[in-house]
Design a protein around this ligand. Sequence first.
Ligand code: P6P
Length: 340
Amino acid sequence: MPYSKVITLEQYIVDQQSMYKDAQGSLSKIFRALELAAKMVNRDVRKAGLADVLGSHGTSNIQGEEQKKLDVIANNMFISSLARSGEVCMIISEENEDIFFVDGADSEKYIVAIDPLDGSSNIDVNASIGSIFSIYQRKKNQLSPCLVDCLQKGKHQVAAGYFIYGSSTMLVYTTGLGVNGFTLDDSIQEFCLSHPTIQIPADGKIFSLNEGNQDEFSQGVKDYIDFCKAKDKESSRPYSARYIGSLIADFHRNLLKGGIFIYPATFSAPNGKLRLLYECNAMAFLIEQAGGLASSGEGRILDIIPTELHQRTPLFIGSKNMVEKALSMLNTDQASETLA
Ligand code: P6P
């Protein structure tokens, strides 16, 4: 691409800003903060094998999950960068049990929910990982920043996206005007527009879920897996099974190629594993903006009313026709269970 055609993230945001009549540049300051933190995380991820950033931090997060050194480093980078933006009053993080209230920012109107480094079990084995963010505005009627501001439905997000540290480092985000992808050009350290107006194919040939949990799946999920594996030339089945164990990497591949990602409820985890506020809501906003669907199996992800910061939800997300097919088999399953 000739450099005269290069559109940097900064230029793109300024161009978009001109479309909002009351834009004061607040969102662009938050994006600059996210971009800075991601560049620093990217620097550490790229040298992980050489610097002392691999392995366990020796602590656990609120989820009871072992924290890797890079989990903690990434969390500190995103929180400090967002706090310095001057636009954010509260930060919710997978790595923090409670809300992070930004000192002296009670009058700021933005809230950011982050998973600073998703897929961290893949860090030490050089598989793609990423950072997820979700941005809300405070509710007008709250006197000072509080939990109620953070428990908003996903459909009220003003922006959401992820950074993926893979064969290249990318930012994929939406503000409700479609989904765009930017690739980091290391030579100029700028995220440059590389995937404009991303749309997920309505059909795909990839299904992504951890079949190791098969015995714990509902009958409907098992039936859908069998459907994906059945030989049917006309509908390009069997589909290919692709599962990296890193939500962002699995999501990103399916977003570009078409496919379905499923992390369902299991008997031991009836709400599934993935977190609503800083994983599923962001992915759901992106996928709907790209023409796909995101469901808990019982309803639209973006309509879920959160009750806790770290609550989980089952997730069926991806190509519209594939998600609809999976849900139709779940509903059959639920119908059969209610009949039983
Ligand atoms: P499992 C990573 O820990 C993560 O939160 C997601 O990135 C990923 O999709 C999922 O968990 C993998 O979970 O149970 O299949 O290892």
